[in-house]
Design a protein around this ligand. Structure first.
Ligand code: CU
Length: 342
């Protein structure tokens, strides 16, 4: 508890070494945020349906990505057909060092794929041939380790195949897309926790051959955290990197629309993450490897690298929260809203 309190106190005081004046001001106003569409939330203290938040906005264009866009940004690769008729998908992944403004005025020296955190959501269909052309433009050795089924030399770990890909080097990982489901990829260089926490990860979706049942919206949510002072503890928590982004920018959906969330947990340092949906229940498909849901619930938890698909519709209009049910995570950024309209 003391540790948690001291971390929060540090954030509120803007006392971190990397916090500039703007960051300190932004965090000093933790309690004042809320979307303009929700006047009941424009209060100094959190009320029903509101977490304390951040004021101001990170510079998304300087970051090179916007969490709102990441929700629906799927990379299907460059598609062609092999002589035997198999579909070939080719992707480009470039590891780079990049400064990301993770909260207003607070920069984080990240390592990322393709300039964004999380990296691109790679999407294929079961049975496709995948070629992932990886170039390391970062100042440190990295790899790409995919979850899925593939040969040893394509495993993206030190010692297997090309092993670590050095600065300026490239390698093409090639394997079949299997099994269908919701997977992930990440760097597997050591120290592993640091290489992942710095931002080298992304979502990897393998659609079933027959496709998933039709829905109105598909959203990618990567639960992650930021250890701003490198003490192996997270100082911010988020979905798609920017704390409170979907609280400040609620995700618009309509009553009755079928929503599918691809939810991946890439949080380092904390063993368990969770997802709670307000005023609703969802069907849950762990790892997305079955078309039959395992549970009908309003909360699930995921350990590191666990993932699953959530499907739901809203019955009533309103501003409905979704957040980690671990309150510490929610209050430090892992909280968002769906704006449900008729
Ligand atoms: Cu790495």
């Amino acid at each position: 508890m003391n540790k948690i309190l001291s971390r929060r106190a540090l954030l509120r005081a803007g006392g971190l070494g990397l916090v500039g004046t703007a960051g300190g001001a932004a965090l000093a106003n933790l309690a004042a945020a809320g979307p303009e569409t929700a006047p009941s939330r424009a209060q100094a203290t959190p009320g029903p349906g509101a977490m304390p938040g951040t004021t101001g906005e990170v510079d998304h264009s300087r970051n090179g990505f916007n969490p709102t866009d990441i929700l629906t940004d799927f990379d299907y690769g460059r598609v062609s057909t092999l002589p035997d008729g198999q579909t070939l998908r080719e992707y480009e992944l470039v590891a780079m060092d990049k400064t990301i403004e993770v909260a207003p005025g607070i920069d984080y020296p990240a390592w990322v794929y393709n300039g964004r955190m999380p990296g691109p959501t790679l999407r294929a269909t079961e049975g496709d041939r995948l070629r992932v052309h990886f170039t390391n433009s970062s100042s440190h050795p990295h790899t790409v380790h995919f979850h899925g089924i593939h040969p040893y030399e394509m495993d993206g770990v030190p010692g297997a195949g090309p092993g670590l890909i050095q600065t300026g080097q490239s390698f093409t990982y090639e394997f079949e897309a299997e099994p269908f489901g919701l997977h992930l990829y990440h760097c597997h260089a050591f120290p592993l926790a640091r290489h992942i926490a710095k931002g080298l990860y992304g979502t990897f979706i393998v659609d079933p051959k027959e496709g998933w049942p039709a829905v109105d919206q598909e959203l990618v949510m990567v639960m992650n955290g930021i250890d701003i002072d490198f003490d192996d503890e997270n100082d911010f928590y988020a979905v798609n990197t920017i704390p409170f982004h979907y609280q400040n920018h609620p995700i618009p959906i309509r009553v009755g629309e079928k929503i599918r969330i691809f939810l991946v947990n890439l949080l380092e340092f904390d063993p368990i993450n969770s997802f709670h949906l307000h005023a609703n229940f969802f069907h849950y498909y762990p790892t997305g490897t079955s078309l039959v849901p395992s549970e009908y619930t309003d909360i699930i938890m995921q350990a590191q690298a666990q993932r699953g698909i959530l499907e739901f519709s809203y019955k009533y209009p309103g501003l409905f929260m979704f957040h980690a049910h671990k309150t510490e995570f929610a209050e430090l950024g892992w909280a968002g809203n769906f704006q449900v309209r008729e």
